[in-house]
Unconditional design. Structure first.
Length: 119
């Protein structure tokens, strides 16, 4: 009988702390990218970002510049989604509807600026 036992590289609580720190840093990086305009919330919703899976939708929305609780709540009332719902638990329909709502103001702004830019 040859049983092989693997020895963990440290106590379990230390491994859990290390993993929690990795996740926290990854989420902070994702929020920084969203705040900087490098990545849109719609892209995060429609893409597969593991960092956002357990993040609440309100945390993700408020990582955008000039977004607070009130603006976030008003948007989420249009698509009946709880503010505390994790991004990973949202249905595909909810993700697409929210992404569409988020992209509407950007499209509207482009249409409004098109005549001005043509001059």
């Amino acid at each position: 009988m040859s049983a092989t036992a693997s020895i963990a590289p440290g106590p379990q609580y230390m491994q859990a702390l290390q993993r929690a720190n990795e996740v926290r840093l990854a989420r902070a990086g994702l929020k920084r990218r969203v705040a900087g305009g490098e990545l849109s919330v719609a892209d995060v919703l429609l893409g597969s970002y593991w960092e956002a899976e357990n993040m609440t939708i309100s945390d993700l929305l408020m990582s955008q510049r000039r977004w607070g609780h009130t603006r976030c709540r008003k948007l989420l009332m249009q698509v009946p989604v709880s503010e505390n719902k994790p991004v990973g638990k949202m249905t595909e329909r909810q993700r697409r509807a929210l992404a569409q709502l988020l992209e509407q103001p950007a499209r509207q702004a482009q249409r409004d600026l098109a005549p001005v830019l043509a001059l």
